[in-house]
Design a protein around this ligand. Structure first.
Ligand code: CAA
Length: 261
């Protein structure tokens, strides 16, 4: 895969997407968002990939939608193409992915950058990370999930304050609020995210996908529907060879060898 604005690699079952527009703080332009969508779709189809990481590298995750590219767009442009470079090209691919996607965030994750990180399954943050929805400061508002996903993640009070003021929160505040799963030193972000992704990729792939679906049910469904879905998916894992192998390996005091079936 050859891309202009991202770098991609597959290593030990992990598909890594690195946003790469350093001069523009990885601002999300048409090309970058299309390329992220293409890379996610390609990793989703690749049997060698069990988990993905989206990262901006050590300095910055992404400072939002590319304001310079966006500034001359009008309502008809955006509406008639459904804000294309955000929704159709990129978020659909992330939302539709059945394999887990980890956002590894260092530095700014603002506006569309924060929204991209929140669209992933969980966020590992460097201690340098800063999250925010500053769109109000440029006379607009979040357009790719900021008012919705942030509110579900941190609750109404904090989401409302952040979206109305544009204030950024640091990694510590984001972790306390439940936006990020954990904080690591900035120098260890790539390694820690990779270790986590490799661990997930080493588990049974169909079980990993079921767990992802079940946790997502908790976000969108009511409790009784979610509990029922969890019971049925738990029962379904007993149809997998990997379940027999995992339990046999435990009883025999050895490491399981999953075949992803
Ligand atoms: N779009 C385009 N270019 C951007 C950008 C963006 N979102 N963010 C930063 N850049 C560019 C700057 O223009 C600058 O380029 P030049 O060197 O060519 O001038 C370069 O990146 C470095 O930026 P700064 O000089 O501003 O760096 P800083 O350290 O002083 O400030 C910052 C960093 C606080 C992130 C500041 O750049 C900033 O406020 N950026 C905009 C943040 C923002 O408003 N994001 C929301 C965008 S709208 C959106 O995302 C809509 C949506 O929900 C879908």
């Amino acid at each position: 895969m050859n891309f202009e604005t991202i770098q991609v690699e597959v290593n030990q079952g992990v598909g890594i997407i690195t946003l790469n527009r350093p001069k523009a703080m990885n601002a999300l332009n048409v090309t970058l968002t299309r390329e992220v969508g293409e890379a996610v779709d390609a990793f989703e189809r690749d049997d060698n990939v069990g988990c993905m990481i989206i990262t901006g590298g050590e300095q910055v995750f992404a400072a939002g939608a590319d304001i310079k590219e966006m500034k001359d767009q009008n309502f008809v442009d955006l509406y008639s193409r459904d804000f294309p470079y955000i929704q159709r090209d990129c978020w659909r691919a992330i939302d539709d992915a059945r394999k887990p996607i980890i956002a590894a965030v260092a530095g700014f994750a603002l506006g569309g950058g924060c929204e991209m990180a929140m669209a992933c399954d969980f966020i590992i943050a460097a201690d340098s990370a800063k999250f925010g929805q500053p769109e109000i400061g440029i006379g607009t508002m979040p357009g790719a999930g900021g008012t919705q996903r942030l509110t579900k993640a941190v609750g109404k009070a904090k989401a409302m304050e952040l979206c109305l003021t544009g204030r950024m929160m640091d990694a510590e505040e984001a972790e306390k609020a439940g936006l990020v799963s954990r904080i690591v030193p900035a120098a260890e972000l790539a390694e820690q995210a990779f270790k986590t992704a490799r661990k997930i990729a080493g588990h049974s792939r169909p079980v990993v996908m079921l767990v992802k679906e079940a946790v997502n049910m908790a976000v969108d469904a009511d409790l009784q529907d979610g509990l029922k879905f969890e019971r049925r998916t738990f029962e379904a894992t007993f149809a997998f060879e990997d379940c027999k192998e995992g339990m046999a390996a435990f009883a025999e005091k050895r490491k399981p060898e999953f075949k992803h079936c």
